[in-house]
Design a protein around this ligand. Structure first.
Ligand SMILES: C[S@@+](CC[C@H](N)C(=O)[O-])C[C@H]1O[C@@H](n2cnc3c(N)ncnc32)[C@H](O)[C@@H]1O
Length: 265
């Protein structure tokens, strides 16, 4: 199994909930499960996106597949308010996915970047979908990250973070490949879209909010980066200080694009 850069400590589990809330306005406008009855979420984590899906689509039955038991335990807690709904939690590796009942919708968000064979997981998902079923994927494109002013501490840390993701068998630019991966896995009607942020001091509150979000995202890799000996504690601190500086600098800019894909069986 690929080692996981973010880890499963309680702070990380909490970060996933905050992340889902911060990014929801950028992710969900492109997604539509209105016509679906049974949605499968792959890599459902602590249920942060499941919560949004269940709120947005009150009619759906939701199957959550997640490889880590600790995440499922937390997801059950986070989704208590929906327990009268049809929700199934499955502790499975998405690469060996086995559903009792096929899905007519599949949702994947921030998961394929961690896998060494994302096409195999997509092909497995496809086997568990009805003909005509829809899949929506949202994934990272980390090379698109740019910031101003140039700060070497943040730059170095970011390169180290992405290098560790590659060393662990993942792909920090997997978003770029979504179209080809879906094609290779047998999907058709493939559509791609981009979303993200381009923030500066014309929107100071939003810039600060995203700088803080990015700081927590970067810190979520710090334990693994420190353990791998790729950064030291001073590097972590410098990365945090650089993001604080961008938020307050009169010339501060943050730019990032992630990729979304839609396809059908
Ligand atoms: C960054 S989290 C995202 C969780 C959720 N999609 C969200 O946006 O909040 C990635 C999740 O994918 C899970 N995961 C990684 N590899 C997996 C696999 N092969 N099968 C199922 N889940 C996996 C991890 O355990 C983790 O909970």
């Amino acid at each position: 199994m690929t080692k996981y850069i973010h880890g499963y400590i309680p702070e990380e589990q909490e970060r996933l909930l905050i992340q889902a809330g911060v990014l929801a306005p950028l992710i969900y406008p492109w997604i539509d499960f209105t016509g679906c009855q049974h949605v499968l979420e792959i890599g459902s984590g602590v249920g942060a996106q499941s919560h949004l899906l269940l709120s947005l689509y009150p009619h759906i039955e939701l199957s959550c597949v997640e490889i880590e038991k600790k995440q499922i335990k937390k997801a059950k807690h986070n989704l208590t308010q929906f327990m009268d709904r049809r929700i199934h939690f499955m502790n499975q590796d998405a690469g060996d996915l086995q559903l009792k009942k096929k899905a007519d919708g599949v949702f994947i968000c921030w998961v394929l970047e961690h896998l060494n064979d994302p096409a195999a997981v997509l092909a497995k998902a496809r086997e568990n979908m009805f003909s005509g079923a829809v899949i929506y994927i949202t994934e990272v494109f980390n090379s698109s990250f740019h910031f101003y002013p140039q700060l070497s501490g943040l730059d170095r840390y970011y390169q180290a973070y992405n290098q560790l993701q590659r060393n662990l068998g993942g792909d920090p630019d997997v978003g770029l490949r979504l179209g080809n991966l879906l094609k290779e896995s047998g999907f058709s009607e493939i559509e791609l879209s981009r979303s993200g942020f381009h923030l500066d001091q014309t929107q100071p509150k939003e810039l600060k909010k995203i700088a803080n979000y990015w700081k927590e995202l970067m810190k979520s890799g710090s334990e693994a980066l420190l353990a791998a000996g790729i950064v030291n504690t001073a590097d972590v601190l410098q990365m945090e200080q650089d993001l604080d500086q961008i938020a307050s600098d009169p010339d501060g800019v943050l730019f990032y694009q992630f990729i979304q894909a839609k396809a059908r069986v």
